[in-house]
Each structure stands twice: as C-alpha cells, then as structure tokens.
Ligand binder design. Structure first.
Ligand code: ACM
Length: 267
C-alpha cells in the first residue's frame, strides 16, 4: 500500500486558490492508495467571526471542495482524506472527508476542539469510525485529538491499520507523541500538517509543517520540512500493523486489563 501526506499553507478564505495549490502538488506524483491533506485545507484556520466560516464552509457531500477532491481521486485512482470546514444549516464542524475514485465515502467531525475553535465550531457528534480503503482499515482524527490517547486507542481496538491525521499544529509536541501512538497501538500514523503564518485582525498563528508518517515499530518513514510545499508517499506493510505482539509473551491488546480502567470512562 502506498500512503502519504501533502503539506502546504492554505490561504485564509481562498477555497479556489487552495484547491488549485493541492491539485498542483498532487500532479507531481504518479499514484497513491491513500493521501492525507491538512486540517481545514479549504478555508484556513484563523477565524475571527462566524460570517467568515459561512463564506467558505460547505455541506458534505455535494459541495465545491469535495467535488474537486473527488476529481483528483479519480485522476490518481487513489483515496484522499482532507480537512474541511463543514456547515450543516447554520452550524459549523471542523471535519475531514474521505473520497475515492468512486466519489464521496465518508466524513469525521473533530471531537476534541482546540482553543478558539470552540468559539466557531460544534464538537463532533459522530463516532470513531473505521473506513475500508482497498482492504486497509483507515481511522480518521483531526489535530488536537492527538492529545487524547483514548481517541487513537478506540480506533485501534476497532482494527485500524492506518490513522489519517489532518492537522494545523501550533504546538511542537505532536510529531513526537505520534511515535508513541504508533508503537502503543502498532499502527501507521500519517500526520499531515500545514505551514505558514496566518494573520487575521489581532490574531496570528505560526504553523510549523513537519508532516510525517510513523510506523508500528516507532520509526519515522517520512518527514517534511517546516515551511515547504511537499508530497511524500511511502510503502507500508499491513502485516506489521496487524501483528500486535511486542515480545513472545506480550500482545498489546490481549494484555490490556480493562477491569482496571474504570476511571477512564467515568463522566
Ligand atoms: C489544532 O487542533 N488545530 C491544534
């Protein structure tokens, strides 16, 4: 299986320009099975009022950005997970879509919102779901979900091979932590981060790239620069993500002791 990330810096509220940039970068590779694109790739991130979200958000499926992603998935005969600003009526979600050559496949709405996102978005109301991509079990999370190990674990216990993790990271811990998420669940994790300085009114954020693919044996198979437009595709081996043995006597799922973890599910 060929999987990877596309890294770029979306321009705030410039949906057409952003899909054009994505399209240009994708055209530099021959093919892939699964490509992950950053969080809020259609819209940018630094919102100051809901009217801005209303300008760029779309209903899923059927909107402009998702249709363009489907065209790209058809051209490359591959699947794409991309962050997107979603609207449902007058409510907004920080979402990811999965599309493939056959069209729209599914979506995930970010469950753990970060910082000022809480002013604009509704937290995700769906489940942690597994999608089948050519036999590969793909789970989707968005950015800040990384700090809750329960999110990745929930997907891993449902059989996830590969985590499609679209991000707009502003802190510097995630790329290190994803190595732990990979080893503790024996999964591949694709973190597709954005780049650039985004300023809107009094708010400025610096996103630091370094998108990566990590492996079930805690290796970085690929990593991008801090401020580059890049696409990187690597080969992965699903036998590795399906082997949960870490020693002859340690199976990381069968050795769990859920009866000791009650505090984890207390409200
Ligand atoms: C984040 O969740 N975008 C930090």
């Amino acid at each position: 299986m060929k999987v990877g990330f596309l890294q770029f810096g979306p321009n705030l509220l410039q949906v057409e320009e952003n899909i054009d940039t994505i399209s240009k970068i994708i055209s530099s590779v021959k093919n892939f099975d699964l490509l992950v694109i950053p969080e809020l790739a259609n819209s940018g991130y630094v919102f100051t009022k809901k009217e801005e979200l209303a300008q760029v958000a779309e209903e899923i499926p059927g909107g402009y950005f998702v249709e363009k992603l489907v065209e790209l998935a058809k051209q490359k005969d591959g699947y794409i997970v991309s962050g997107i600003c979603e609207k449902q009526g007058d409510v907004f979600f920080n979402s990811s879509v999965l599309v493939g050559p056959e069209g729209y496949v599914g979506k995930y709405r970010k469950i753990h919102l970060f910082d000022r996102e809480k002013l604009f978005f509704q937290p995700g109301d769906g489940d942690f779901e597994i999608f089948d991509v050519r036999g590969m079990k793909v789970g989707i999370l968005i950015c800040w979900d990384w700090i809750f190990p329960e999110a990745t674990r929930s997907l891993a216990l449902k059989g996830m091979d590969v985590l499609a993790h679209s991000t707009n990271l502003v802190l510097s811990y995630c790329q290190t932590v994803m190595i732990a998420r990979s080893i503790e669940n024996r999964i591949y994790a694709i973190t597709s981060n954005r780049t650039g300085l985004e300023k809107n009114g009094e708010f400025t954020l610096h996103f630091k790239g370094q998108s990566q693919v990590t492996s079930p044996d805690a290796k970085r198979l690929a990593q991008a620069g801090e401020d580059t437009e890049e696409i990187q595709i690597v080969d992965i081996d699903l036998e590795k993500s399906r082997n949960k043995w870490l020693s002859d006597n340690n199976h990381i799922f069968e050795d769990r002791r859920p009866e000791k973890y009650n505090t984890l599910i207390e409200e």
